[in-house]
Write a protein that binds this ligand. Sequence first.
Ligand SMILES: [Zn+2]
Length: 326
Amino acid sequence: MILVETRMEAYDEEIVDTDGEFAFETDHLALRGNKDYCKLLKHIVKLEAQKQQVLKDIEELCEAKNKALDDPLSFCEALKLDSLKFPPHQEISEMPDIDWSKYGIDISLENNSQKGKDFPDPEVLVRGRIFTDDKPETFNQLWSCEEQKRLEELLEIYPEEIVESRRYKKIAKALGTRTTQQVMSRIQKYYMKLAKAGLPIPGRAPRGITKNKNKKIFYKKTTFFPRLHVPVKMENPDDSCGESQDIPYETPSGNKNMLELLKAAKAQRLLDESVPVYQTRTTCVGCQKTGFLGARWTDNAGTDYCTDCLVRLLPTEKLIPLRESS
Ligand SMILES: [Zn+2]
């Protein structure tokens, strides 16, 4: 018994030397003496050594960086004199040439992974967009209710400037959670929302909002909302704030109703283009015309508007469009 154990220990610690190549004593027997296996082992050992060197180099560079930051003038002097010493470039050792088909490994797959060498890290996606180290922490993160609210305040605190980016920079700094770029992009989207809702924009309308006859009719600016400062809901589809971001309107649901009304008016107008109807017996309370084109907007109590007057006057009564004559 004792004999066997001693024999086993001796075997375990045996240094395997096959054809002058080295291997680990714990290796599977089938691998011993395999040339490709030996090549790979050597490669791994080499990479390990290179990795250790890289870690040392990083440490050295960090120290050099701190030193340079402490005394930038001396650093510049040394740079001029070319007396700075940095760790030399390391050529990472190439994979050994192995015929993988012998082991039933698909070489085409192998080649694909080689192509990926330029991208050592797998792509990190934030809400479907690629995140990289140079991106800010809040990259592609939804704006919180607080951030939007603060942004609106800051837009009033920091007036427009000749160089807009300076304004965005100040706002970003005051906001504290977003980069200038993010603030700029957010403001542009916010302006776009305001423009689409026909609200006054603090600044010129961003490009992309085309001048269009219909829009002029349906997006009248001044008559839309009695109050100048009306919060606009910014769409954050899966935002946790959800409806709470929809800051209550000054006139409860009034703006929303107006927009609904305008949308409905537009739909009626489109309908009129293909299927015109005339209100032969109805008189519009706005223009006093009888026999006007399109739907009559009625409260079913004797008040009827034509579509033109509906858009022009934006009556507050609850009206429904009827294409049939009264
Ligand atoms: Zn009318």
